[in-house]
Ligand binder design. Structure first.
Ligand code: AMP
Ligand code: ZN
Length: 117
């Protein structure tokens, strides 16, 4: 699914129809605080263009996926959490994906154990 959807939660956040605590925005990328933070920093970085997730991504999406990660790195730099942070893409319900608009979780500000659960 590549077309913007009227009922996609994250498309609605990008359009300002649902409130969110914006962290960063540029032409391609939007970032906001996760509503149920799992770490002192828990930011979601999303492409403004709708697609469902990593397994639906096409070759043309390579640049925007990279941009989302670079935005996450910049937010981590600004928040002084570069000692250790994690970017996570949950792919599919079995990995906990619950919103089907690709999003990079940026988690940091606490010790992050490995392997993740
Ligand atoms: P995932 O489970 O990987 O699909 O991640 C979805 C994330 O979106 C979860 O961490 C939720 O806490 C977060 N979330 C759901 N609704 C909202 C919302 N309205 N504003 C901000 N974050 C949200
Ligand atoms: Zn969407």
């Amino acid at each position: 699914m590549t077309a913007p959807t009227t009922d996609c939660l994250f498309c609605r956040i990008v359009r300002g129809e649902i409130p969110a605590k914006k962290v960063y925005e540029d032409e391609h990328v939007f970032a906001f605080e996760d509503i149920h933070p799992q770490a002192p920093t828990h930011v979601l970085v999303i492409p403004k263009k709708h697609f469902s997730g990593l397994k639906e991504a096409q070759a043309e999406d390579a640049e925007i996926i990279g941009r989302c990660h670079l935005a996450a790195a910049e937010i981590a730099r600004q928040r002084n959490i570069e000692q250790g942070y994690r970017t996570v893409l949950n792919v599919g319900p079995g990995a906990g994906q619950s919103v089907f608009h690709l999003h990079v979780h940026l988690l940091g500000g606490r010790h992050l154990s490995w392997p993740p659960g």
